[in-house]
Write a protein that binds this ligand. Structure first.
Ligand code: ATP
Ligand code: NCN
Length: 194
């Protein structure tokens, strides 16, 4: 049985913070692979300056192509929007009965996890690997010491895609924040210029 860690996100665009987390998880936990699941529409997010699904997918692909244990998935492209993780997990289990699927989640997202669709169902069937983020608020009591939620001491890199999009459009050099292959594609395609 292959142990897969799922890293859900819009990746608009992918940046070195995402890559560092995915790589840390696959190197320092029992996971065999991490799959970046590119989400067409996240339930709680506005569709602001969101690049087309295939372009965000390609950016992730370019960023991870030299990392054999990291993969990208388009499983959500054909599913109903907004994309609820519980529904995608059901789909993945049907498609890959021989794999086990865990979730990678930042501490910030765990703080809002009780608002996710059927989060109890997710926790019943899947492990969560939580990594630290600088954020406000507290983790809900019900998740503290939860047997399915594992804390991983991954490095904290406080970079956001919003910052990257904004400053790239203003003409700032944000190149070090984007993995090389993804940067080349983004630059060539003129993404987020205005
Ligand atoms: N610097 C970072 N370090 C670790 N995790 C991050 C970082 N930035 C975002 N994440 C997390 O990675 C996942 C995918 O990120 P996503 O692309 O959806 O959001 P984002 O990078 O915060 O983008 P935006 O600024 O457009 O909202 C989310 O769970 C998000 O919380
Ligand atoms: O299933 C849900 O109810 C749900 C609610 C919020 C977020 N998610 C997933 O978490 C991912 C990261 O969320 P966000 O809002 O930090 O970009 C997003 O791409 C979705 O796949 C899922």
């Amino acid at each position: 049985m292959k142990r897969i860690g799922l890293y859900f996100g819009t990746f608009n665009p992918i940046h070195i913070g995402h890559l560092a987390i995915a790589n840390h998880m696959v190197e320092f936990t029992d996971l065999d692979e991490v799959w970046f699941v590119v989400t067409p529409r996240s339930p709680f997010k506005q569709k602001k300056s969101l690049l087309a699904d295939n372009h965000r997918y390609q950016l992730v692909y370019e960023a991870i192509k030299d990392y054999p244990k990291l993969l990208v998935s388009d499983i959500e492209f054909k599913l109903k929007q907004p994309n609820y993780t519980v529904d995608t997990l059901i789909h993945l289990l049907e498609k890959y009965p021989g794999h086990s699927f865990s979730l990678l989640m930042g501490e910030d997202n765990l703080k809002g996890f009780h608002k996710w669709k059927n989060y109890e169902v997710i926790l019943e069937h899947h492990e969560v690997y939580m990594y630290p983020r600088i954020s406000e608020g507290a983790i809900a009591h019900r998740f503290e010491g939860h047997p399915k939620i594992h804390q991983v001491n991954a490095p904290i890199m406080e970079i956001s895609a919003t910052f990257i999009r904004k400053h790239h459009a203003l003409g700032k050099n944000i190149r070090p924040l984007i993995p090389t292959g993804a940067w080349e594609y983004m630059d060539e395609m003129n993404f987020y210029r205005n």
